[in-house]
Ligand binder design. Sequence first.
Ligand code: 9PG
Length: 519
Amino acid sequence: MDILITDSTPASQTVSASRVTLNLPRPPRAFYRHGWQSWSLAAWTDLSPLPIQKPDIFHVLQTDAAYAREPLPHGSWVGAAEMDDGRIVLLGALGMDAHVRLDGSQLEGWYESGEGEWFIHFGVEQNAFPAYAQALGERFGFAAARPAPRIWCSWYSLYTLIDEPTLHKVFDGLGDLPFDVLQVDDGWQVSLGDWEANEKFPAGMAALADKIKSTGRKAGLWLAPLLAAKSSRLFREHPDWFLKDEAGKFVSAGFNWGEWTYALDTTHPAAQEWLAALMKQVRAWGFDYLKLDFLYAGALRGKRHTEMPREAAYRLGLKIMREAMGADAYFLACGAPIVPSLGLCDALRVGPDVAGEWESHRDAVLLQNPATPGARNAIRTTVNRLWLSPLVQTDPDVAYFAAKGNSLTVEQRLLLQGLALVCGFKATSDLPQWMTPAERESLRAFLEDTNEYRPEGGYRYRVASRRVDFTPAIELPPRPNKLESIQRTIFAALGNQPWALRLLDWMGKRSLKKTVQRL
Ligand code: 9PG
């Protein structure tokens, strides 16, 4: 379907088509790209091609690998073009398995299979995104009105170095700080796919949940249910539950934790039963807050037991898990394709991971990778996804309060705290043992804040009684210069080597061990 955009185009319209082309009066000056899953970039960019994000080995993990090499500005489900007069043309799918691309002055959208609805808006940005969100909400559902829980999460201080005594020390140290959930992250399980307590948790997961509940809070747990490590018992015993490509090879769900992972086929009846049983098991242990991570694995391309579009297959898997965990569980989706998760989860991570560092020169400039952990990457993408807040509780990832254990400046820590208040989703991983009394009080004040904020135009907000300006996080890093281009080639090649990634992993763990031992 072809549509001409002129001054008499209505502000909002909805059409049904497998493919739409909007013919703009002139080429626009900027394009809003919206990445596929939580960690993928969302940002306004100019029209020149973005350098391909490196290393390629992470495309599956960080982008929609199917489009990682597309030179034209593009995005998942939605795209918007900014015209010279400041007005924008937004083209957004109201269904799943859809993609958008800008080719000169043509804004095109297509469904990967079949046809579906498209929402088109011509007007100012402040109206376009809320109108699109409203139309999506009518089809997928809206966010709950109740406030999001306040969470302490183990990842950003302890990473995988969690064990029973360390977590007990932390839980005790949190005292009466007003957290609603203490969430145990990656590191408790035998293996990815084998979701049982490992040797660091000899008392078992039910005992850990009991310990948390004895402090008057809900217990939270991290799992990555839609992928499994190659070495896991699950994969070895049930290879037929995993996605294969046309050539019969297992579809990789990415290289992480020093090994290859594979993607669960959410249409396989036995895999579906296993997923439901897993959710019931973690609820029976006593965990009421579930952070389900690396969910993109369920929506990768591949041959399925029952053929269906990939995001429909993903949504089916999510539905099965939601039903099994029960409506009373709080479900945070992470590493998750955005639109297919709406209506089934309580909260959605809407940016890449933060880190105790503003930005890494290697990742930002040399690898041109906006999806790697870092405060700046997390703020940039989250701020560009705030329009999702009517649809789902938006998780911007944790904020930092202590000066110890990170290299963020006071201003940078305040930006992350301000973002949490704007999102209405408050979490931290700070160790009570690392906080000064003043830092602990600032954390308490943050947790008790009533969350009122006011947009003041651009990327500026008034939060509580102060101004927060996210502008310093928004711009994309400069392109590499000549010398940096040479370094880029070297780092990109190294980054594709499993042995180099294992070495980095090992070095990171070693330095972290020293820090945690002193707790
Ligand atoms: C646990 C972590 C934390 C974190 C999640 C997720 O390789 N990667 O691109 C990559 C991206 C994100 C990531 C790990 C690896 O972090 O977002 O909060 O739960 O998993 O492993």
